[in-house]
Design a binder for this molecule. Structure first.
Ligand SMILES: *[C@@H]1O[C@H](CO)[C@@H](O)[C@H](O)[C@H]1NC(C)=O
Ligand SMILES: *[C@@H]1O[C@H](CO)[C@@H](O)[C@H](O)[C@H]1NC(C)=O
Length: 405
């Protein structure tokens, strides 16, 4: 769903990214003139999530609100990102609230979850994959089979969106095969295999990710094109960082299960392309240039590699050490420069953030804003900047991933 809504604002054209073998990650930035001397990723997660919950959870509605101003029902994607952050607290308190709220999006006729609580057939497979992840986390945290069954039901819906000639459709019975639907769907399937031991999900995961490699991966830099239009056969060549992140997660789970070097090599190619300290995902200030609402999945992919591969292979271990320092460096940057010190709210763009955020940034960096500029300014509510559920949830998840490494 994110694709449709924000398409123009976040397509990151990573054209001409160079690759270099062997993989070598080196970080030597000194553009930060000041930074907090103390960064504790877990406490950043804890406080940013608590603040997200207190601002955006509406007990009366039993739902997240999209805006901290007046109640607005969020789209499924945003609810799943926020719900995931809630369950990362490992606190069973949130499980019932989160799963009940997600259930409001369920379209009974198809088994898919709609993009809005209208629960109609406006359904996107990438949103649904994220919803599978949340139900799996709810199952892990509670042991309640209802959540596992919900995850299975959604996965069956996603599987039903497999096009006869290959690829998961992006929208319900639609004509676009988005790479994010492949990478998120493959990740949901391999995680479902882990939870159930049911081999059909392992083979579906491999079928999907292999199709994406064969049909949507750019051989020159190994990143994934945005997607393929069935009716015309044309490929949209935009490249998105969250596709990279979820592909790294998928390869990491597959390697952990199968110990097949192919998965390790696939992951390494993407890590080199996305986290080596330079390349198209880096802004001129030496940090990732994506908005937080997309980059949290790159943090997640790298942290999955660290945890699933790093401990299983000598080669992966060395790369993991570099990943750990890179994730922490990037997370501290988010903590230091994208947070409003007074309210604790996070913003996606320096250009559209309150002056308290942008002035600190401009003092520290001579370069211009690292984020691609946003297509819209944040709204205001009673003269205050309105924070975003998605951005604040993404920030919490970034700190959580930094804590995992
Ligand atoms: C890790 O980073 C160091 C420099 O900090 C570099 O020399 C080394 O090659 C990197 N290792 C890997 C596996 O990328
Ligand atoms: C966040 O909320 C949890 C649960 O209510 C609480 O235990 C924790 O102390 C809170 N952390 C902060 C920083 O307020």
């Amino acid at each position: 769903m994110v694709l449709g809504q924000y398409f123009l604002s976040f397509v990151i054209l990573i054209l001409g990214a160079t690759t270099a073998a062997p993989i070598s990650l080196t970080y030597s930035y000194s553009s930060t003139k000041s930074s907090s001397s103390y960064f504790n990723a877990y406490s950043a997660f804890d406080s940013s999530f608590n603040s997200t919950w207190s601002i955006f959870w509406n007990y009366q509605e039993g739902s997240w609100s999209d805006s901290g101003c007046s109640y607005t029902s969020p789209v499924l994607w945003d609810s799943a990102v926020a719900g995931g952050a809630a369950l990362f607290t490992n606190n069973p308190y949130y499980v019932g609230y989160i799963t009940t709220q997600l259930s409001k999006y369920k379209n009974s006729a198809t088994g898919g979850y709609s993009s809005t609580t209208a629960a109609n057939t406006d359904i996107y497979t990438d949103d649904n994959a994220q919803t599978v992840w949340v139900f799996l986390d709810a199952y892990k945290l509670s042991g309640n089979d209802d959540y596992l069954n919900a995850a299975i039901g959604i996965m069956e819906f996603i599987q039903g969106q497999w096009y006869s000639e290959g690829g998961i459709r992006w929208s319900y019975n639609g004509e676009y095969l988005a790479s994010i639907s492949q990478t998120e769907g493959a990740l949901a399937a391999v995680r479902l295999y882990e939870a159930t031991g049911d081999e059909q999900w392992l083979s579906f995961s491999k079928q999907v990710i292999n199709w994406a490699i064969d049909n949507l991966q750019d051989p020159s830099d190994h990143l994934f094109y945005d997607g393929l239009q069935i009716n015309t056969g044309s490929i949209n060549k935009g490249k998105l960082s969250y596709t990279v992140g979820t592909a790294i997660s998928t390869f990491s789970y597959l390697y952990n299960i199968e110990k097949d070097e192919n998965w390790l090599e696939q992951a390494e190619l993407l890590i080199q392309a996305s986290a080596s300290g330079s390349g198209a995902l880096y802004g001129s200030n030496g940090y990732w240039n994506n908005q937080l609402k997309y980059s949290y999945l790159l943090f997640q992919g790298l942290a999955d590699f660290y945890n699933l591969v790093g401990i299983n292979s000598a080669k992966g271990w060395q790369l993991s050490q570099n990943i750990s320092s890179e994730i922490n460096r990037q997370a501290q940057y988010v903590f230091d420069y994208y947070q409003d010190g007074t309210t604790g709210n996070y913003y996606d763009d320096i250009s559209s953030a309150p002056p308290s955020v942008s002035s600190k940034y401009k003092e520290a960096f001579t370069t211009s804003s690292s984020s691609s500029s946003s297509s819209s300014s944040p709204g205001t509510c009673n003269g205050n900047y309105v924070p975003s559920l998605l951005t604040n949830s993404a920030a919490a998840r970034i700190f959580y991933e930094a804590w995992r490494v």
